[in-house]
Write a protein that binds this ligand. Structure first.
Ligand code: BES
Ligand code: ZN
Length: 627
């Protein structure tokens, strides 16, 4: 890339940035170039123009730094940014250099401080910035206006903001965002009223986040977005055509927040709103502070998938208030969150519903452990992702094994004591980033101290540093799903679909039923299921996904059209990845996958494309066909 740097010519070589962030000396972040112990970003102030024509954000970021005595430069993370200039707050140019580009970490931006602790970086993003998805109007629900959103987690914020992009570096922010006058901007902070917000064809929105957050939580969305209130602190943003549906589906949000507070301590972020994303959003949800991003695939019509709201809101404590210091400690974000999610579900809907989710999670975890092999390091809670994309660590392990460890501790010390400990953990560690080792020391000191028997029964070291699921994991069971197993057995032994007892089944029962059916069913049996239960016509994404996966695994061709629509209409990784994988296992599937992906790919977010590219076009096949 020859046009990488559009800033002033380089004055001297500042490229000797070490690879690791030093977090208090011993701790390191292998995924950031920053050296926060020398100079640390503490506040980001954005002034950006959203240009849908060129698919660029242009403007500047003002950074306030905390500079250690004697430190001469600051190192920031960037990726594919066009850096126009770097100045101090008196308008003097500061020398800077962009380092070599690394496919995972991007480029270090090293700036000579010349005594300054405030920087103004004039820059632009590139149209293909991986954090940003620019959608054409027809990729939205209404088809009326284009849409833009950012997805920072894990290393992508650096492709739209030049800052220190490590979960160990926390920064407050404010922003002014200029957008076409008919669109609305929202961010992961509080909206500010601004007096004169219209400038002809443009309109300016202003935001403020007064709590220090890691860069991956800085988020922006722009589109035709309406709002409806749900409760005193909660509400929902969505395209107007989806607003009523989302409002009905998310009706329990305020109560969920109350339940989370009862469990985890006070909610410190003021408001909690949910933004319904376009269908291409690569995740089920993303815990952006004050404004969770939620995939429309959870709009099931019967509130049966709202545990995901509980999950994203629990991150307001585990993840956003107390953050994993590196992506190797990801289970501190996700394991705690799944644990809290299940407790919230239990408080709102009853134990039976949490049990169904526990059984589902355990099945997925055991399957993952088997798939990876007994000795795989990737089934340890403490990961080792140096040199790898942190997305590789996003497996069921940090989620479910992490939550299971907390269940195991709860089981041993009793729920009341564990709940007290959890609240004190969030209180003590509020607005800090922590390592797994700090958690272990903390739980020993504040919960297990003086009880060596309890400690040795738990064997925390084994949970954290050894692969697989320890045998002291509490058993899980769900009478509701056991009843479903009876229907599975009946069907497998020849009972017609119409004779099965499916009365009152919710998403969870259907999902369990379809996942529990064995391979090797005859085509006529699949046809019986499909027609009796109208499976290919289901609007519920979880049920449709489980059905399509079963069908593809059986090379059951009548689902072709439904499959095609599903893979093109939405881009959630959890759904599309297993389906493409399954398709690539057969001749029929391979040609179908290639054909569908050709149409679907331009509609997917960069994260989903990066996941699916190697599946549908494995590097070898690509080389052979000259790609
Ligand atoms: N923070 C994650 C999403 C994420 C993970 C984004 C890793 C980028 C990298 C979010 O909270 C999450 O866990 N989403 C899950 C929800 C589910 C477990 C309830 C998802 O998207 O499926
Ligand atoms: Zn999560």
């Amino acid at each position: 890339m020859s046009d990488r740097v559009l800033g002033p010519p380089l004055r001297h070589d500042l490229t000797k940035a070490p690879v690791l962030v030093e977090i208090d000396g011993a701790r390191t972040d292998p995924h950031s170039y920053a050296r926060p112990s020398e100079a640390r970003v503490v506040h980001v102030s954005l002034d950006l123009f959203v240009d849908f024509e060129t698919r660029q954000l242009t403007g500047h970021a003002r950074l306030r730094l905390d500079v250690a005595p004697g430190a001469a430069q600051v190192v920031l993370d960037t990726r594919d940014l066009v850096i126009r200039s770097v100045q101090d707050d008196h308008g003097r140019d500061l020398p800077f250099v962009l380092g070599e580009s690394d496919p995972i970490r991007g480029q270090a931006l090293s700036i000579d401080l010349a005594g300054s602790a405030d920087l103004v970086i004039a820059y632009a993003t590139r149209p293909e910035a991986p954090a940003l998805q620019w959608l054409e109007a027809e990729q939205t629900t209404e088809g009326a206006a284009p849409f833009l959103y950012s997805q920072g987690h894990a290393l992508l914020t650096r492709s739209w903001i030049p800052t220190q992009d490590s979960p160990a570096v926390r920064q407050t922010f404010d922003a002014r965002i200029q957008v076409p006058a008919d669109l609305t901007a929202v961010m992961s902070g509080h909206s500010l009223e601004i007096p004169d917000d219209s400038h002809g064809p443009f309109r300016t929105f202003a935001f403020h986040q007064g709590h220090p957050i890691p860069a991956y939580l800085l988020a922006l969305a722009v589109g035709k977005i309406g709002f409806r209130s749900l409760g005193p602190r909660t509400g929902v943003y969505a395209e107007p055509a989806r607003l009523d549906h989302a409002h009905a589906e998310f009706a329990d949000l305020e109560r969920m927040l109350d339940a989370a507070e009862a469990l985890l301590g006070p909610y410190r972020w003021g408001r909690l709103d949910a933004l319904v994303m376009p269908p291409s959003f690569p995740f089920g949800g993303m815990e952006n502070p004050c404004l969770m991003f939620i995939s429309p695939s959870i709009l099931a019509g019967d509130r049966s998938l709202t545990s995901l709201l509980g999950h994203e809101l629990a991150h307001a404590w585990s993840g956003n208030l107390v953050t994993n210091a590196t992506w190797d400690d990801f289970w501190l974000n996700e394991g705690f969150t799944v644990y809290a999610e299940l407790r919230i579900v239990e408080a709102l809907y009853g134990r039976f519903r949490a049990e169904m989710l526990e059984v589902y999670g355990r099945r997925e975890l055991l399957a993952e452990i088997e798939r990876r092999g007994a000795g795989s390091h990737d089934t340890c809670l403490k990961l080792n992702l140096a040199g790898r994309d942190p997305l590789e660590g996003v497996t069921v392990t940090p989620y479910v094994k992490g939550a299971t460890l907390l269940h195991a501790i709860e089981r041993v010390v009793g729920r009341d004591r564990f709940d007290n400990y959890l609240r004190s953990w969030f209180e003590r560690r509020a607005f800090t980033s922590v390592t797994t080792e700090e958690f272990l020391a903390d739980v020993r000191r504040h919960l297990l101290q003086g009880e060596p028997g309890v400690e040795s029964a738990l064997d925390l070291e084994r949970w954290v540093y050894a692969p697989g699921l320890p045998d002291n994991a509490p058993a899980v069971s769900s009478p509701r799903l056991t009843a479903v197993d009876v229907q599975v057995a009946a069907f497998v032994t020849g009972q017609a679909a119409a004779a099965l007892d499916v009365q009152g089944w919710t998403t969870q029962e259907w999902r369990h039923f379809l996942n529990a059916l064995p391979r090797g069913l005859a085509e006529a049996r699949l046809a019986d299921l499909e027609h009796t239960f109208a499976l290919s016509a289901r609007r519920n994404a979880e049920v449709l996904f489980a059905w399509l996966r079963l069908a593809v695994g059986h090379l059951y061709r009548p689902v072709t059209e439904a499959l095609e629509n599903f893979l093109i209409d939405q881009g959630r990784r959890k759904f599309v990845e297993p389906l493409y994988r399954e398709l690539m296992d057969s001749e029929w599937g391979r040609s179908l996958a290639t054909q569908i992906y050709q149409r679907a790919r331009p509609r997917y977010h960069a994260t989903t494309r990066a996941t699916i590219d190697p599946i549908v076009h494995p590097p070898d096949a690509g080389a052979a066909s000259g790609r």
